[in-house]
Design a protein around this ligand. Sequence first.
Ligand code: SAM
Length: 464
Amino acid sequence: MNAYLYAMQEKSFPPAFEQRMRSQLGDAWNAFANIHSTDSPISIRLNSQKTGAQPIDLLSTPDMHSKIPWTENGYYLKQRPSFTLDPSFHAGAYYVQEASSMLLEQAIKQCVGNHEVVRTLDLCAAPGGKSTHLLSLLSKDSLVVSNEVIRSRATILAENIMKWGYSNVVVTNNDPEDFQRLNGFFDLMVVDAPCSGEGLFRKDAEAMKEWSVDNANLCSLRQQRILHDIWPALKEDGLIIYSTCTYNPEENANNLRKFLEEHDAEIVPLQLDKAWGIEALSIGYQCFPHQVQGEGFYLAVLRKKEAQPGARLRVAKNVFHKPVKLLADYQQWMTPADQTFLQFKDYLLALPASLTIEMEFLASLLKIVSAGTTLGTVKHTKLIPDHALALSIYLNKESFPSIEVDKEEAIAYLRKDVFWKEGLTKGFSSIQYKGFTLGWVNVLDNRLNNLYPAEWRIRMAANS
Ligand code: SAM
């Protein structure tokens, strides 16, 4: 039996989808259909601020990986490892992300660069693939507002942002229309829109079961509404990077064509190497799984040409305060000099000094889930270091004693198991695994208080 027939016995495409794709793809239909009977590629993107030039275990032998051509730090893995049992995964050394969606990198490199200071909104951000990528690509003075409308998903997003370790980011939990309070504020918006998910059919058979013509049409209308809602918050000459993981023109090029009829904007072309196999459409670019090593993905860049008055950053009442006097020498806990420290309730936050006014402005208008890096919790005049500080790319490792652990001990730590090592200094110490900080312990007289966040604890045994 040929691969296509076999695959179709396992999972059948919805007939209306198949009919449209056959006419969209013509002769390429068989190649497209057959690829759905193969395994999805596994890929990761390194956090170069944490890994530096040091390769992580997963990439330690060249035959275990190859580079994703349109990225600097993206790699395919030959097989799927247990990410849960890799301590460097929990340290934020890399993000597990589908390869095609890393095409965002080309849009940023070609249209923004890494020297500009840009106010960025990642509107549909959970679980955090695009936001962590943006943080790696943009200048460190740029602001990234990473937003997710669904509260439970915003919590997951905040965790992934914390692991990535940057401080120029705020996680929000708002509806797209809430951004109309920020007219003319953003230079760049990424709209990785909720879609009918056709591009994920190989990876996720459930997406295929949930697909219907009606649902795809609903998605298209929702995407139009989202673009309409956030448009006023974009500056004149600002950019929108619009993407979906679907092939349906109604959710992609046709949607943008309609938008261009109603708004003064232009499409910004990208230069993509032909050898990558990414198809240039009348509007935007499409990754097909039979042409690239990745799933289905669509991306286009728009520039706003309409006049748009800029935002005035006025704040009636400050949300953040100057920190109370603390015994801890906390300013030494982070390395760069340009961080500023602000207090919110009992939390001491660190963020780039240049972004203080923006943070105040956003906090007065949006529902904030996290802002900057939480350095610690204020207890009277003491400061208890926060897990976010352990994961920060700015942690000054010299300011705390550290405990080196091997893989088994690292997993015991991540499971919140009790463990003990001789010759430790009393007080807060960081746990180090191969140069990556995993978190904190408090060393007492004859035991370690494991401070790994209970809700993040791994539940797998080391040898599973
Ligand atoms: N950008 C994410 C990443 O790279 O990890 C993936 C985003 S996913 C394709 C789309 C997101 O849009 C989901 O997290 C979903 O909860 C959110 N969403 C759903 N309905 C929405 C709406 N009406 N407005 C804005 N976002 C919505």
